[in-house]
Design a protein around this ligand. Structure first.
Ligand code: THU
Length: 143
């Protein structure tokens, strides 16, 4: 399912707003994620860190967790991820490996290959989840 420019921009704005609720006192790297579903719903998340550093939860993972605990199983058509504008080289942030796998679980349940809008200070990069995670292991692998 294609996503209009307006919907893409609204999704990016939702991810950027979500990043304001990030709890990232250790890295000072605030991330927001927004998931768009085929019924028009948008579910957001932000990263949540911990004094035990390795327990940090990423924005995308928290968004998927929110959506799934709301009962969503599939229907994922697009994702926007926004990091801080003043960190890195301006290149778009891309979901970490764990988040790619977590996103794949939700997407695979509905048989979609969502667009991922990776937002940087200088550009927005559109990729698909299957480009980020080719040959993925997923729910079908266990049947
Ligand atoms: N982070 C995310 O929230 N999403 C990603 O895809 C990459 C990294 C968070 C984890 C940690 O809180 C901070 O960014 C720095 O790594």
């Amino acid at each position: 399912m294609s996503v209009s420019d307006d919907k893409r921009d609204a999704l990016i704005a939702a991810a950027r707003e979500a990043s304001q609720n990030a709890y990232a006192p250790y890295s000072d790297y605030q991330v927001g994620a927004a998931l768009l579903f085929d019924d028009g719903a948008v579910v957001t998340g932000a990263n949540v860190e911990n004094a035990s550093y390795g327990l940090a939860l990423c924005a995308e993972t928290n968004a998927v967790s929110k959506a799934m605990t709301d009962g969503r199983r599939g229907g994922l058509i697009a994702v926007a991820v926004v990091g801080p504008d003043d960190k890195g080289d301006g290149a778009p942030i891309t979901p970490c490996g764990r988040c790619r796998q977590v996103l794949h679980e939700l997407a695979a349940l509905g048989g979609t290959d969502p667009a991922i809008f990776c937002v940087g200070a200088d550009e927005v990069r559109r990729v698909t989840l299957s480009q980020l995670l080719p040959h993925a292991f997923g729910p079908d692998s266990l049947v």
